[in-house]
Design a protein around this ligand. Structure first.
Ligand SMILES: CC(C)(COP(=O)(O)OP(=O)(O)OC[C@H]1O[C@@H](n2cnc3c(N)ncnc32)[C@H](O)[C@@H]1OP(=O)(O)O)[C@@H](O)C(=O)NCCC(=O)NCCS
Length: 252
């Protein structure tokens, strides 16, 4: 991936910070190589706080370095003098981890894929919609490079992140074992399309996040997961059959 100027991609705002009564200014921009250590430290801290090791993939420092200035870029949010959150986007092209192959997309579309390759917000800064805001910057960066298929993986143990991604317009389109032994929803959005909210009302069905067989069955029937809804014991994923869209008509 060629080097390029990204210093003009800056957004500013105000965020609430746990333990402080006043909101604090934040700056959102692409991380530089010199900030890798801070990003990796935040990553490790968030990993160490997860209730289950499969909820959030632990990445190596080398992997994170690749997404700062090599195979991708990483948006970082700085607030209250520290890194509050990060969100990586990669352009995997012919690499084996190109998630386009997990739908699968036609081979001609693989060059237009960008993968979400990790995001986290420090607990002190959660609730400011930073994942959404950093993802918006990831989308704009991807589109600026003709990458309109955005894909990611989310654990069924992680309803907060799944709900966020579905809120960004992604849809669950597959369910697989990834990263050796972790269950993952494969989420996809085609950024050329308006976010589709059109589902056949007679097709709607809610499935507990832990019901792996039912997810697989409904996805094989061509339904898409589009919303996390509360359930009695655990959150559910709502599925529906999309009315005609580019995803169905072109990639059936
Ligand atoms: C997923 C994550 C990045 C979202 O952080 P965020 O952008 O600050 O979240 P939001 O601002 O969208 O939060 C929306 C609501 O969920 C709450 N929330 C956020 N993260 C939460 C968590 N991990 N557990 C419980 N509630 C959480 C927020 O407080 C907020 O509640 P409110 O509406 O009552 O204020 C963050 O939870 C995180 O770092 N999780 C661990 C790593 C991870 O799962 N990464 C994504 C892997 S796919």
């Amino acid at each position: 991936m060629r080097a390029e100027a990204t210093h003009n991609w800056i957004e500013r705002g105000q965020a609430k910070v746990r333990g402080l009564s006043d909101t604090q200014p934040y700056e959102m921009r692409f991380l530089e190589e010199s900030e890798l250590d801070e990003a990796y430290e935040l990553h490790q801290f968030v990993v160490s706080g997860m209730k289950h090791p499969h909820m959030f993939r632990a990445d190596s420092k080398t992997f994170m370095a690749q997404h700062i200035e090599c195979r991708g870029r990483t948006v970082g949010t700085f607030c209250d003098g520290r890194l509050a959150g990060y969100a990586a986007i990669s352009f995997p092209d012919g690499d084996p981890d190109n998630l386009g192959r997990d739908l699968p997309l036609p081979e001609a579309e693989i060059a237009h894929v960008a993968d979400y390759d990790g995001s986290a917000v420090h607990p002190d800064f959660r609730g400011n919609r930073l994942q959404l805001k950093m993802t918006d910057m990831r989308h704009r960066y991807a589109l600026a490079h003709d990458r309109y298929h955005i894909l990611g993986t989310v654990s069924p143990l992680n309803p907060v992140s799944l709900s966020n991604f579905l809120g960004f317009g992604c849809r669950v389109k597959n369910f697989m074992i990834k990263y050796d032994d972790m269950q993952r929803f494969i989420i996809h959005r085609d950024l050329r399309d308006e976010v589709s909210t059109e589902f056949d009302p007679t097709s709607l069905v809610d499935v507990p996040l832990s019901d792996r067989q039912r997810h697989k069955f409904l996805l094989r029937q061509g339904l898409h997961g589009y919303r996390v809804v509360p359930g009695v014991d655990e959150a559910h994923l709502r599925y529906g059959r999309p009315t005609v869209s580019r995803a169905l008509s072109a990639f059936g």
